[in-house]
Design a protein. Structure first.
Length: 276
């Protein structure tokens, strides 16, 4: 037994302040290059995007007053039909997200560097890039040609585009997991499929679900835009009202979309809280 008296701990001197972190010359140069380049692009694009014409917002007051008068007096005479179209839009978004998840799960596992070989990761990631880069409207137009006008074209367009986005997010979640559970499953002599089932999926399932809910919210708005090309839903009704200058109907549709998206957001938040 050690009976020697212990020396009291010396309190740190509050007057001694550690020096602030310093950046190297290379780091400063990269920062200047990055932010300076961004500033140059903004300045060069000032006239390209016609920002000086922003004064026109305050010049056409008579047209804005008439438009605002109609917009503040929505026509709810057909609200049942419009709500039904909005419900169809939500169903398009729901099915598009649902199919996208089933596409994204295998793609994300094949694109994860910590569980897949490099010769497989690279081509799968390029496929994911392709799915994300093509706009929804372009994919929707393709499916309108293939399957005809209607909600199915919207579902398939959202499924492909969302699959590329979710696969990217899912793979990043897989690459950040703790390797301990995987190694524990591997130590039992299990195969790679069992490693993924018991070592990977339990760790990423809550995060994957959260990502899918976020995309469902986004798809509820994207499905509205797809209606403009004949993919069904309230977007098609909105496009017809815009073409006919039915501003009161447009206002009603806008209110219904805002209410629907708000309700979806509240539902998604409640579901995400239960996952944490």
């Amino acid at each position: 037994m050690n009976l020697q008296p212990q020396r009291p701990a010396v309190a740190a001197d509050p007057a001694v302040v550690p020096p602030p972190p310093t950046k190297s010359l290379r780091t400063w140069s990269l920062d200047i290059l990055l932010w300076g380049g961004l500033a140059i692009i903004l300045i060069a694009a000032f006239n390209t995007v016609k920002l000086p014409d922003i004064v026109n917002v305050f010049s056409n007051t008579e047209k804005m007053q008439q438009y605002g008068k109609d917009f503040l007096n929505p026509d709810f005479s057909q609200w049942r039909v419009l709500v039904g179209q909005m419900w169809l839009t939500v169903q398009i978004a729901l099915w598009g997200t649902f199919l996208a998840v089933f596409l994204a799960v295998p793609l994300s596992l094949m694109a994860s560097r910590n569980i897949s070989p490099s010769w497989l990761v690279w081509p799968v990631r390029r496929i994911m890039d392709l799915l994300r880069s093509i706009p929804d409207l372009v994919i929707g137009t393709l499916f309108v040609v293939l399957v005809g006008l209607g909600p199915l074209a919207g579902v398939l367009a959202l499924a492909l585009n969302t699959a590329g986005v979710l696969a990217k997010l899912f793979s990043e979640a897989v690459e950040s997991i703790d390797k301990g559970p995987m190694e524990g499953v591997k130590a039992t002599g299990a195969g790679q499929l069992h490693e993924i089932t018991w070592g990977v999926l339990p760790q990423v399932a809550p995060l994957w679900t959260s990502f899918a809910l976020y995309r469902f919210e986004s798809n509820s708005r994207a499905a509205t835009v797809l209606g403009l090309i004949g993919a069904g839903g309230i977007g098609q009704t909105l496009f017809e009202a815009l073409q006919g200058f039915q501003n009161r109907t447009v206002a009603t549709i806008a209110i219904i979309i805002v209410v629907a998206v708000t309700l979806i957001d509240m539902l998604s938040q409640a579901m995400r809280k239960r996952l944490l």
